[in-house]
Design a protein around this ligand. Sequence first.
Ligand code: RIB
Length: 307
Amino acid sequence: MTIAVVGSSNFDFAARVAKLPVRGQTVSSRAYKTGPGGKGCNQALAVARLGVSPVFISKLGDDMLGKQLIETLATEGLDTTNLIVADEAQTGIALISIDEAGENMITVVGGANMTMTRTDLHEKQELLRNCDYLLLQLECPVVAIDCAIKYAREGNAKVILDPAPVADLVVMRDLLALTHIVTPNQSECLALTGIDPVDEATASSASIKLHDMGPETVIIKMGGDGAFYSSGGQTGMVPGFVVNTVDTVGAGDCFNAGLAVALHGGQPLKDAVRFACATGALSTTNNGAAEAAPRLADVLSLIEGNA
Ligand code: RIB
């Protein structure tokens, strides 16, 4: 039994800028960095670095960027056998700007990610039926996500959905009805509930609305402030870790990876959320998306150092 990740793979192009551009503005950068990205790929690589070999189902183009991505992931020791190569689509890319505080703006060209079909998932159904946690985000077609959820639920897997980017609210309601654990960040929570979770009280109010949509467990990622959790009548805030943030790209993806790994390892929810916070926080101390995912030893030592 393992963790399955179904989702996007992108080739990221990230440029450092003094200030993020406003509408109509052109800003300059001295250099850019490339590397593996996409919310699915970031989650999968982070799960692997935390010591669990995930089943990773994703779709790339039959092009140079796709080949380079697969090579990089294989070098990392990630099992690439369930990556699907699309016939007539380009590998997804993300154009990222990062300012001096580490905050970012991202434009994604979905490419092959958006060609994932029910048939693709049908061919992987046994893997999905045999996982115990399924990690999902929303950079692939909803029909494919929905299909992955159905196979995983047939095998009694717990479904963890990162609603990023938030889809149409009617679609979101359908997906949330099939989700066990939902992990929005603050802006996604606002889009889903109309409540801006700026503190524990507002996060708690928002969590009630999210529970009403289906998930038995709600975890709201609150950036540097940590995370709010609510499950089975138990609620609370897990404080964030103070780290030297240089780049927040992929932090939410690493959070979800940490959460899945900790729950898969049998940790109680509050400890798992703390492990997730530590994983997300450490990822912000390095540049890059997937490549910034921390290793298990570093996450454990951050937690121990803050006991
Ligand atoms: O969550 C961060 C990711 O969002 C980046 O790696 C980029 O590819 C976009 O998908």
